[in-house]
Design a protein around this ligand. Structure first.
Ligand code: CU
Length: 229
């Protein structure tokens, strides 16, 4: 009787191990979604004369509202797969450099963000948010880094009250997300195979949603086009 029980336990363990192997293979069995954003209109750039902190800020700046690259590629669009959970990412860093937020748009999982002040002048972090507590904090010239937390999914506008033209965006997304580069391309890695929704957001052009059928171990390409409002 005792022997039979032992044998039964061993079989169950082997069964458990086999299932574990299968589920690991499933987690790695995602695919890549390559998203290409297009905008057929002209870039929208607002030039401004600057008369303060000109040593760091320059005497003219550009507010980039719609940035269009080669082949009509739309830059700075946030692309995300809300159905792809458990995104891991290295620490998110936003620098204040040349009196601009660099990068202009970031996508990050809920958690910490490091705000750098490489200009070495007074900046001020002022966020506009509803799900996350708003931040309105001076970052004096001697404070090279500040760490803040955005724990709730939301698109947060970042401004500086010292330099009115400074605008940045932080897309806090629980799923896999990326920002389109200067040619309008963003890659979402490790998206689970099968039908997924892809959400697109642009600061002045709005939102779109696309369906994609993700193939394990392969790259699926999709595109979207945004129009001026
Ligand atoms: Cu500033």
């Amino acid at each position: 009787m005792r022997r039979a029980l032992t044998a039964g336990t061993a079989v169950a363990l082997v069964g458990g191990a086999a299932m574990w192997v299968v589920s690991t293979a499933g987690a790695q069995g995602g695919g890549t979604v390559e998203v290409e954003g297009k905008y057929s209109g002209a870039p929208v750039l607002e030039k401004l004369k600057v008369n303060k902190d000109t040593e760091q800020c320059g005497t003219e700046t550009v507010i980039e509202k719609v940035v269009v690259g080669s082949n009509k590629g739309l830059a700075y669009a946030v692309v995300s797969a809300p159905g792809a959970k458990g995104a891991t990412k290295t620490k998110t860093v936003i620098d204040q450099h040349g009196c601009k937020f660099v990068p202009h748009v970031v996508a990050m999982p809920p958690g910490e963000v490091e705000l750098k002040n490489s200009d070495g002048i007074l900046h001020n972090i002022h966020t506009y948010s509803t799900a996350n507590p708003p931040i309105n904090k001076a970052q004096p010239k001697f404070k090279k880094t500040m760490t803040e937390k955005f724990e709730k999914p939301e698109i947060i506008k970042l401004t500086c009250d010292v330099h009115s033209w400074m605008i940045g965006w932080v897309a806090v997304t629980p799923g896999v997300a990326a920002v389109t580069d200067k040619d309008g391309v963003a890659k979402l890695e490790n998206v689970p195979a099968g039908k997924q929704k892809i959400q697109v957001w642009h600061e002045t052009l709005g939102k779109q949603e696309k369906d994609v059928d993700v193939k394990a171990g392969a790259t699926t390409k999709i595109s979207f086009e945004m129009k001026s409002k």
